[in-house]
Design a protein around this ligand. Sequence first.
Ligand code: NAD
Length: 427
Amino acid sequence: MLKQYTFKELSTSALTALVTRNADDTHAIQDVVQQIIADVRQDGDTALLSFASKFDKVDLEKLYLDKADIEELAMTITRDQQRALEIAFQNIHKFHSSQMRRERTVETMPGVKCWREPRPIERVGLYIPGGSAVLPSTLLMLGVPARISGCKEIVVCSPPQQSGKINGFVAYCLQLLKIDRIYLAGGAQAIAAMAFGTDTIPKVDKIFGPGNQFVTKAKSVVQSMTNVSIDMPAGPSEVLVIADETANPAYVAADLLAQAEHGPDSQAVLVCTSDTILAAVDSKLEEQLQILPRAEIAKMAIANSYAVKVDDLQEAMQFSNQYAPEHLILETDQWESLTRYISNAGSVFLGHLTPESAGDYASGTNHTLPTSGYARSYSGVSVDSFVKKITFQHINAEGLNHIGSTVEILAELEGLHAHKNAVSVRK
Ligand code: NAD
């Protein structure tokens, strides 16, 4: 089922081509996205209503749902489903709360004190995907750290469903997060609306959230057009599984398919030291695909995926670090000794009993993660993503005495005499 390559036989260029994904070389996505952004800037809400009709196949009367609608929708889910969302909420809250550590004040010289304090970003925009699958889990992953950070205004956008509303799970998550309004806009148009503002949707300072290629491209385009920033490029999902002869082929296949069912552009990569396991995973993929409701989507993603045969786990890590996966799963007894060799990955799942699904939903870590190789330089969403860290300093007479001449000399050598004078007048 999976195309197969042998690591040792890959030339440098073949390796580079293999680890490159979602390149949009023809700018096809960019062109579509730029037109959508231009339309939203020009026609605001009217453009949003027309895109909802075109892409989401729904004619909306208004572009948002309020508290009463949200309450009504939230009541449509069962108590067991509510309980599962509450447990996920609590675990995500527990894990992210630990990120609110206060940094200590540092006295760099006697009388010269420096420190940093976080301040919430005031207006944040959360994009909750809702094209091929609605992801209430993403609302928790973004909403919880936004609440912990103390952001004042939380704007949530998600594509409208066929009913012209959102589903009950998203509604219940909105209640858990104490968010009273959701805007019914999806795709690049939602990102444009949050970046520029429309009559209905407020402009925000930073946009968060994963999405398909249109959403991801729109985030990078609006970032270059306005002073709005983004969390990271979090595009079509991907997993890389490293397996050796100790791996259970059924678990490996299940993990690959869990990724593949996200969308046809998702990628599931298996890096394996054993031919026997490779063959067994292939047959488990066939078997498990039979019973998946989203088998058609998963098959397309599997066609866009591959396996790499390696000689040993060191070689596996070499490939993985080059790929820089959003999700990395180590299905080997050796996971403990392997973790120190990981240099590029969004989120890592260790051992045979840690499925990625646990982190996708409920273990506590964030599932909004860098894709397409951006794990080389970006981290996943955390409380830090929702704050600015402002530096402070205070210098007293003793401090000025210690640091004054250093600053004067440095200012003079750069030819900035006003800088020098700002110290000299105080001495
Ligand atoms: P989505 O909400 O991202 O996109 C749906 C919207 O795309 C539609 O409302 C429509 O406006 C727009 N669209 C669809 N076809 C279009 C076209 N031809 N032209 C212009 N716009 C169009 O939902 P989705 O499509 O289901 O994608 C969700 C994505 O999020 C998946 O690729 C999944 O892998 C990814 N994801 C990533 C992470 C991460 O952390 N990286 C986490 C969860 C999900």
